[in-house]
Design a protein around this ligand. Structure first.
Ligand SMILES: N[C@@H](CCC(=O)N[C@@H](CS)C(=O)NCC(=O)O)C(=O)O
Length: 206
């Protein structure tokens, strides 16, 4: 039996979709949540000086989307064929573009950096949502199954439903313009294994 050990901070952040992939797969894993003060010593031991890192029988793998994609392939969450797997990658890459574009706002909003939060919200956050969310909506509308890709759950649904639900907690007014996105995360979060996981997980603000 493979031993999986996921190391991250005690937040959702860039590890929550990985935890949820394990939950959907019914796969046990060691969920190591380190304290900020323990990070300095650990940093130099990680492949790129950042977390999350997944150890697979002791072998490290870094980069959150690489980890999620690796597990999605293992647990058959990449659609029905290579084309669907590649479409999954493309949507996650687009989502990654979205994250990178909103990061200047998020760093200030979460208190990691000093800055004019209201200005960044108007100039960066809202325009970036308005640019990217219609793209996600058009995938959902064209696909019609309620999933992003094909007719089944993929790691894209898990990753984006987590992102959408977290944003809906803090920015429900903005999210109201994208009802398809809200319907999507509610559908994914009502799937039995995810619902059970969500009911038991430690609540974190982000
Ligand atoms: N592209 C990387 C980014 C990882 C990342 O930014 N990790 C942050 C936590 S969310 C981190 O390790 N911060 C501590 C540091 O950089 O020293 C990924 O997606 O895994």
């Amino acid at each position: 039996m493979v031993h999986y050990k996921l190391t991250y901070f005690d937040i959702y952040g860039r590890a929550e979709h990985i935890r949820q992939i394990f939950a959907v797969a019914g796969q046990d894993f060691e969920d190591v949540r380190i304290k900020k003060e323990d990070w300095v010593a650990l940093k130099q031991k990680t492949p790129f000086g950042q977390i999350p890192v997944l150890e697979i029988d002791g072998k490290p793998l870094a980069q959150s989307f690489t980890i999620a994609r690796y597990l999605a392939h293992k647990f058959h969450l990449t659609g029905k064929d290579d084309y669907e797997a590649a479409v999954c990658d493309s949507i996650v890459d687009q989502y990654n573009d979205f994250i990178n574009e909103v990061m200047p706002y998020r760093r200030v909003a979460l208190g990691f950096l000093e800055g004019d939060k209201d200005k960044l919200r108007q100039d960066v956050y809202i325009p970036t949502i308005k640019k990217h969310f219609p793209l996600f909506v058009s995938f959902l509308k064209n696909n019609k199954s309620g999933f992003f890709v094909g007719d089944r759950l993929t790691w894209v649904d898990i990753t984006l439903a987590h992102a959408f639900s977290t944003m809906d907690k803090t920015d429900s007014e903005l999210m109201k313009d994208f009802p398809e996105v809200i319907d999507h995360y509610k559908k994914i979060h009502s799937l039995p294994k995810i619902k059970e996981y969500l009911e038991k997980r430690p609540e974190r603000p982000f």
